[in-house]
Design a protein around this ligand. Structure first.
Ligand SMILES: CCCCC/C=C/C(=O)SCCNC(=O)CCNC(=O)[C@H](O)C(C)(C)COP(=O)(O)OP(=O)(O)OC[C@H]1O[C@@H](n2cnc3c(N)ncnc32)[C@H](O)[C@@H]1OP(=O)(O)O
Ligand SMILES: NC(=O)C1=CN([C@@H]2O[C@H](COP(=O)(O)OP(=O)(O)OC[C@H]3O[C@@H](n4cnc5c(N)ncnc54)[C@H](OP(=O)(O)O)[C@@H]3O)[C@@H](O)[C@H]2O)C=CC1
Length: 304
């Protein structure tokens, strides 16, 4: 397992740049295709908003004028991210420590949002993850934790949002961050099962919830450089660029801007869909998150 620098604090502490992903100054300055008041007056909830893709999106949404709520399990990480966004963007997201796997904690989160803001416009289900392992060796607890996090946790959030929106008669918008599961993904069968569940759940809800003016979409990142990379061994990381024909990793901004496209009026006629952001991985390339076995070619000719 690699040592991960404390991403959220590194700039203040004068530490070297993070091992994976952008600095906070970079997130604050990344060029965006969107106009600066695009999300003004809108309330956006981002699960897993303290790190990685969710943190990038929290910066972008705040820069576009939204009131942002970020949630996740680790309070310190959320606070530090909220501090950084306040410092760089001038708008402080509300950090809420909770687990999406606990329905009561999900309910409490939505109660807090409606008490503090009186509304919610967008739910981004970004919290999720997995560990790389051959499926044959999954422990029961390991399988259950990945399914519970990525499928059940995402559902509790969706249902809680939709019930509030139905009650308020307001409509709303859900975007769930899944993964590129079209051809399956060896060493990540648990997450493929859960993410496929979220994709087809979303397609179904898009129809059921259209009468409530609720849109439901997914985005599927390919290999996106983020803090989440710390769960993968060096051997696998060294070849992540081989996962797609563009031969490189994507970045959190690629995903953040795609999510905003679906949230904003640009997405107003899109529901039940899956936007893939993977440099062509669905067509060509393979990711082996625990390292490529010899049977499938082992090391590449250049030695990595
Ligand atoms: C699919 C690869 C695509 C490549 C591109 C990258 C995609 C990304 O998604 S980037 C990363 C996104 N972030 C993460 O994945 C977050 C890191 N992962 C986790 O936090 C865990 O893997 C989790 C999702 C399982 C979290 O569950 P939690 O219940 O909090 O975790 P525990 O540590 O308590 O573990 C529960 C259970 O799971 C088994 N397990 C956990 N890690 C491993 C491992 N490395 N290898 C094998 N098994 C693992 C294990 O059974 C754990 O129980 P105990 O044995 O009692 O600890
Ligand atoms: N980076 C990539 O290449 C890809 C990423 N993805 C997916 O994109 C999403 C974001 O990943 P990324 O930013 O890369 O990695 P991160 O590990 O940085 O993001 C995962 C986030 O989920 C939060 N989280 C985990 N468990 C829970 C929980 N039970 N309740 C609430 N929050 C939780 C984590 O915070 P905390 O630990 O504090 O709870 C963390 O902020 C994930 O769903 C990931 O699987 C999909 C495909 C590729």
């Amino acid at each position: 397992m690699n040592e991960v620098p404390d991403m959220a604090n590194f700039e203040q502490a004068g530490a070297p740049r993070p091992k994976f992903g952008f600095t906070e100054s970079e997130l604050a300055a990344m060029p965006t295709v969107y106009r600066e008041d695009l999300l003004a007056g809108q309330v956006v909830l981002i699960s897993g908003g303290g790190s990685g893709i969710g943190k990038g999106l929290a910066f972008l949404a705040a820069r576009l004028g939204a009131d942002v709520i970020i949630c996740g399990r680790r309070a310190e990480k959320l606070e530090t991210t909220a501090d950084a966004i306040e410092r760089h963007v001038g708008k402080r997201p509300l950090p809420v420590s909770m687990s999406i796997r606990e329905p009561e904690e999900v309910d409490a989160l939505f109660d807090r949002i409606y008490t503090d803001y009186g509304r919610l416009d967008h739910l981004v289900n970004n919290a999720g993850g997995q560990f790389p392992q051959d499926a044959i060796d999954f422990s029961r607890k390991g399988w259950m934790s990945v399914i519970d996090l990525n499928l059940n946790g995402t559902w509790w959030m969706m249902q809680a949002a939709a019930q509030r929106w139905r009650e308020a008669g307001s409509g709303g918008n859900i975007v769930s961050v899944v993964a590129n599961v079209e051809r399956g993904m060896p060493q990540a069968a648990h997450t493929c099962a859960a993410r496929a569940g979220v994709i087809y759940l979303s397609k179904t809800l898009a129809t059921e919830w259209a009468p409530h003016n609720i849109r439901v979409n997914c985005v599927a990142p390919g290999v996106i450089e983020s803090e989440g990379f710390h769960v993968y061994p060096e051997e696998a990381l060294a070849r992540f660029h081989d996962a797609n024909p563009m031969k490189r990793r994507g970045d959190v901004w690629d995903v953040a801007e795609a999510v905003v496209y679906l949230m904003a009026p640009s997405g107003k006629f899109i529901t039940g869909d899956l936007l893939v952001i993977d440099g062509g991985q669905a067509q060509n390339g393979a990711v082996w998150p625990a390292g490529r076995p010899d049977y499938f070619g082992g090391k590449a000719p250049n030695g990595v």
